[in-house]
Design a protein around this ligand. Structure first.
Ligand SMILES: NC(=O)c1ccc[n+]([C@@H]2O[C@H](COP(=O)([O-])OP(=O)(O)OC[C@H]3O[C@@H](n4cnc5c(N)ncnc54)[C@H](O)[C@@H]3O)[C@@H](O)[C@H]2O)c1
Ligand SMILES: [Zn+2]
Ligand SMILES: [Zn+2]
Length: 381
C-alpha cells in the first residue's frame, strides 16, 4: 500500500509499505477514505516530539471503510463506513471507565502519562497512523463508530480530532453565561474552541494570533473579536485593557508547543530542546486571565518540562485544566449540533491533497502558505 513515511525533521515521503494485518482478535483493518493533517503532526514534522522514529506513518485524523475484522469484533463488519477517534484505548481500564480515554492504561507500553494515539510517535504507543491507504485499528469495538448517513465525510474526519478538541477545550474552560473567553491560536483547534464557546454561553469571544488571514476566519466562522499580537508591544496589557483591567474569565491555549512571540522560548525549545515546547501562549494565558479564572490548555506539549509561569498561576488562584482530548466523549453533543445545523465543521477546510503529494500538504500547512488552515488528505486520489 501507499503510506506517508517520516524520514526525519521536515522530510516526508510516500512509500510502499505492507498492508497492516490483524494482529489481535479485537483488531480491524480500515481502508482510509479521508485523512487530515493536524497541528500536532507539525510538532512531529518539526522533530519536536521525542522518539518519533524513522519509517513511521503519521495520521490520527481519518475515516474509512472496514476491510477486515478480527474474530472477536462484534460491532463492526466489513464494508462499514467508520470514523475513528484519534485515541487508541481499551474502554475498560480504571481510566477508560472514568471517561479518560486519552489516558488509557492498557495501550501504551512506552509511557504511563498518556494513552495511545495513532501515528504520534512511540511516546504514545508507536501505532502507525492513517495517512495511508490502510490502518490497523485495535479495540475495534471501542473507538470507531459507524458514520451516520446524514454526516458528510469532511465533517466526520474533522470530528476525529480537531473539532472534538476545540469543543473539549471550551468545555474545560467551565464557561458560565456571559463569560469573556480569550483563545490564543486561530488554527483549527482555536477556531472550533471559539465557536464552541458561544454554545456554552460565552458573552464575548476574543481570538488572538499573528496570522491575519486566520484572524479573518475567526471573525467570519467563530464570530469572534480578534487581536493580532504581532501588532502590539504587549498583548497581555491589551487583554487587560479590554477587560476592565480584571482579565478574561476563561483563557484557552490553542497554540501549543511551537508558539511564537518569544525568541528566548523558541530557542530554548525548538532549537536547544531544553523544554518540551515554548509555553509563550500558555504564559500569556496565565497573565491574561483574571484571578480565580480558568486556563484551558488544548495546545500539545512534549514530556520534558517547560518554563511555565506556575507561581503566577498559583498566586492568582487559577484553575488549570488540560488533556489530550477523549474524543468520543464529545461526539453525542457535537453530532446534535451539526445535525441541527448550528455549524458546518468543514467550513475551515482550505486544502485537499492526494496522499501521493502529502509532503506538499505538510509544507504548506507548516509554513502557513496559501492561507492554509486545514488540509485534508485523499488516499487513492
Ligand atoms: N489536546 C489535544 O488533544 C489536541 C488535539 C489536537 C491538537 N492539539 C494541539 O493544539 C494546538 C493547535 O493545533 P492546530 O491544528 O490548531 O494547529 P495550527 O498550527 O494550525 O494552529 C496554531 C496557531 O497558533 C498560532 N500561534 C502561534 N503562537 C501563538 C501565540 N503566542 N499566541 C497566539 N497564537 C499563536 C499560530 O499562528 C497558528 O495559527 C497544537 O499544539 C496541537 O498539537 C491538541
Ligand atoms: Zn491532532
Ligand atoms: Zn483503557
Amino acid at each position: 500500500m501507499r503510506a506517508m513515511v517520516y524520514r526525519g525533521p521536515y522530510r516526508i515521503r510516500v512509500e510502499e509499505k505492507d498492508v497492516p494485518r490483524i494482529e489481535h482478535p479485537n483488531d480491524a483493518i480500515v481502508r482510509v477514505t479521508l485523512a487530515a493533517i493536524c497541528g500536532s503532526d507539525l510538532h512531529l514534522y518539526h522533530g519536536m516530539m521525542p522518539d518519533t522514529r524513522i519509517g513511521t506513518t503519521f495520521g490520527h485524523e481519518f475515516i474509512g471503510v472496514v476491510e477486515e475484522v478480527g474474530s472477536s469484533v462484534q460491532r463492526l463488519k466489513r464494508g462499514d463506513r467508520v470514523m475513528v477517534p484519534f485515541n487508541v484505548y481499551c474502554g475498560s481500564c480504571y481510566f477508560c471507565a472514568r471517561g479518560l480515554y486519552s489516558n488509557c492504561h492498557n495501550v501504551n507500553p512506552n509511557a504511563t502519562a498518556v494513552g495511545g494515539i495513532y501515528g504520534y510517535s512511540h511516546t504514545t504507543g508507536g501505532y502507525d497512523g492513517g495517512q495511508a491507504e490502510y490502518v490497523r485499528v485495535p479495540f475495534a469495538d471501542v473507538g470507531p463508530q459507524i458514520i451516520p448517513d446524514w454526516m458528510a465525510d469532511d465533517d466526520a474526519v474533522l470530528l476525529t480530532d480537531a473539532l472534538a478538541t476545540g469543543y473539549f477545550a471550551a468545555q474545560l474552560g467551565d464557561i458560565v453565561e456571559s463569560d469573556t473567553v480569550v483563545v490564543f491560536g486561530a488554527g483549527p483547534v482555536g477556531l472550533y474552541a471559539a465557536r464552541s464557546a458561544w454554545l456554552m454561553g460565552a458573552g464575548r469571544v476574543i481570538v488572538i494570533d499573528h496570522l491575519e488571514y486566520r484572524l479573518a476566519k475567526a471573525r467570519e466562522f467563530a464570530y469572534a473579536e480578534t487581536v493580532n499580537f504581532a501588532e502590539l508591544d504587549d498583548v497581555v496589557l491589551e487583554m487587560k485593557r479590554q477587560t476592565d483591567y480584571l482579565g478574561a474569565d476563561v483563557v484557552i491555549d490553542a497554540a501549543g508547543a511551537e508558539a511564537d512571540g518569544s525568541l528566548l522560548q523558541q530557542v530554548t525549545s525548538a532549537k536547544l530542546k531544553l523544554q518540551g515546547g515554548s509555553p509563550t501562549a500558555l504564559n500569556w494565558a496565565i497573565d491574561s486571565v483574571r484571578k480565580g479564572g480558568t486556563v484551558s490548555v488544548a495546545g500539545a506539549y512534549g514530556p520534558v518540562f517547560s518554563a511555565v509561569k506556575f507561581g503566577d498561576a498559583m498566586n492568582k488562584g487559577l484553575t488549570l485544566r488540560m488533556n489530550q482530548t477523549p474524543v468520543k466523549r464529545q461526539w453525542p453533543r457535537l453530532f446534535e449540533h451539526i445535525q441541527q445545523g448550528y455549524f458546518r465543521p468543514s467550513d475551515i477546510v482550505t486544502h485537499r491533497i492526494p496522499l501521493e503529494h502529502i509532503a506538499d500538504g505538510y509544507h504548506i500547512f507548516s509554513a502557513k502558505l496559501d492561507d492554509c488552515i486545514k488540509v485534508l488528505v485523499q488516499p487513492g486520489a
